[in-house]
Design a protein around this ligand. Structure first.
Ligand code: ADP
Ligand code: ADP
Length: 224
């Protein structure tokens, strides 16, 4: 029951490998921490996993569907919160999530329900009519997570989900990610080790574009 398979993923920039020969897989229900310092290749990997960046070599399969051969089908199974947040802040939460549902091909008669459900899951119901630009960073991040789950994807990929948040917001977003992990396979890209320890059950460590550790959280904690 592999939901994500990254097979020998490589991405070159001007002859230099930002990501080199990265192979790993994710099982249904797993929450994987993709841990590494700035510049290690996390965002580049996340962009390849989500079909937003073409690999120089290697392949990605989502629930067995090849990202290059069947990008529409593969992308439909993924929800993605990119590191660069493309929030259209002049919209209300309801408007934004309705647009997100359309973009994710939720059928017309299901859009309202999908928006309500995503708001409920992300603690946004009371913010429905608020403009996104007037929300705190923490609530804007909830909106970002809500758009990633709006089409009930198999896999949710969150790139640096707590960057720029204050400690209370970080605590709340981590709790939310744990809940999301009850219903979806999740990949959390982060440079913060405690974040992985708190939220994930599995970890891949990437450094200079290469995977250097793969294991359960217990193993990681024992090695500290
Ligand atoms: P991380 O997300 O772990 O901080 P990135 O995947 O953003 O790392 O970047 C990995 C490496 O690839 C870095 O050295 C970065 O400067 C480089 N890189 C990323 N995107 C590009 C790009 N579009 N052009 C050239 N180099 C890039
Ligand atoms: P990220 O870690 O998410 O890639 P950055 O701030 O490193 O964020 O990069 C912002 C944008 O610039 C991204 O689209 C990235 O691919 C690109 N980029 C990153 N590093 C380089 C680089 N050395 N040369 C050109 N583009 C880059």
């Amino acid at each position: 029951n592999l939901t994500v398979e990254a097979i020998e993923l490589t991405r070159l920039y001007g002859g230099r490998a930002a990501v080199s020969d990265v192979t790993f897989s994710l099982q249904q229900g797993q929450v994987l921490g993709f841990l590494g310092p700035n510049g290690a290749g996390k965002s580049t990997t996340m962009k390849m996993l989500t079909g937003n960046l073409a690999p120089s070599a290697g392949s990605v399969k989502i629930c067995g569907i090849d990202m290059i051969e069947q990008p529409k089908e593969a992308k439909a199974l993924i929800g993605y919160l990119p590191e660069m947040r493309p929030l259209y802040k002049e919209f209300t939460v309801d408007e934004y999530l309705t647009i997100a549902a359309r973009l994710h091909n939720v059928s017309g008669k299901h859009i309202k329900k999908a928006v309500e459900h995503a708001k409920e899951r992300c603690g946004l119901t009371h913010m429905s009519k608020r403009l996104i630009e007037n929300l705190s960073n923490g609530y804007q991040q909830r909106v970002g997570i809500a758009q990633a789950i709006i089409h009930n994807p198999m896999v949710v990929i969150l790139d640096e989900p707590t960057v720029g948040l204050d400690p209370i917001q970080i605590r709340d977003i981590r709790a939310l990610i744990k809940e999301i992990g009850q219903a979806h396979s999740v990949i959390v890209s982060t440079h913060i080790l405690p974040e992985v320890e708190m939220v994930c059950d599995h970890v891949q460590i990437i450094d200079k574009g290469k995977l250097v550790f793969n294991g359960g959280i217990d193993v990681l904690k024992q090695q500290r």
